[in-house]
Design a protein around this ligand. Structure first.
Ligand SMILES: [Zn+2]
Length: 273
């Protein structure tokens, strides 16, 4: 049986969830039932659940993410989002410690928060993550809202941190879109840097041409990095549909064993699933 891991999923049960707009564009109900049904249908065995942004700009409280995962019959595992204040970093670490059997990673919302990857406020989080072997996911590239800060979400801003923290597994979300070549260099250069392909496929004019372009960019990154060991499947549900993100993997002009690495082998290794 093919086994797939979706390393980037969002969900809430709140009316002020800012991703409802994307769910609407994709014709998704954006509910726990829909998510789990889709995962079962497409043989996606596990998903990592991350806080969606709320309309006020703050992320859904981590406790609600842990609660949703508890209702998922073991299909979803929580990722703890850490915001850039000493208090929130401390709380994020405590939550990870209290739920250490479940929590698989941390997330930092570069481009949405007023801090960069190397801001000292995250030092304790990185220390903890390194000591526990928990990867840190970083939003990189285009932001979902026009108010985002691209100068802090540009993937090359992670190079310095990767140099300093060779034991920290870092996952660059959305392949740094549109800076695919920068991410190709980062995953090639650093043994501890990975990239996910979540949230890339979106509806709109030229959707078919855009999907082709994406497949070409990611395939080329694999040629450059001389392998697909650092690339991880994720959807960013409800921003991208499961079926369309799987179609993106099928379109890649790489060998089948490399697609298998992308679909689950790499995530299983990096997140210790
Ligand atoms: Zn996301």
């Amino acid at each position: 049986m093919q086994k797939i891991i979706d390393a980037h999923v969002h969900l809430s049960e709140r009316g002020d969830d800012a991703l409802i707009r994307f769910a609407g564009m994709n014709g998704l109900r954006y509910t726990l039932d829909e998510l789990l049904d889709t995962m079962r249908r497409l043989e996606i065995m596990r998903g990592l659940l991350l806080s969606p942004p709320m309309r006020g700009g703050t992320p859904l409280p981590n406790q609600e993410i842990i609660g949703l995962c508890a209702k998922s019959s073991g299909m979803l595992a929580p990722v703890i989002t850490a915001e850039p204040t000493a208090k929130e970093v401390k709380t994020a670490i405590s939550l990870a410690e209290e739920n250490k059997k479940e929590v698989k990673a941390f997330k930092i919302r570069l481009g949405y928060v007023k801090a960069s990857a190397e801001s000292p406020v995250f030092d304790k989080l990185y220390d903890y993550a390194e000591s526990k072997g928990l990867p840190v996911l970083f939003h990189t590239g285009d932001t979902a809202f026009s108010t985002g800060d691209l100068s802090r979400a540009q993937p090359l801003t992670l190079d310095g941190l990767a140099n300093k923290r060779e034991e920290l597994a870092m996952v660059l979300c959305h392949f740094g879109n549109p800076w695919f070549e920068d991410v190709a260099e980062l995953i090639y250069k650093h043994p501890n840097v990975y990239a996910d392909i979540s949230g890339l496929v979106t509806p709109g004019a030229y959707a078919e041409k855009y999907a082709e372009w994406l497949a070409k960019k990611i395939s080329e990154a694999i040629y450059f990095a001389a392998g697909a060991e650092k690339i991880i499947f994720g959807t960013d549900y409800p921003v991208s549909k499961h079926s369309e993100t799987l179609a993106l993997v099928r379109r890649l002009e790489v060998d089948e064993p490399d697609k298998e690495k992308i679909l689950w082998r790499n995530a299983e290794r990096v997140f210790h699933l």
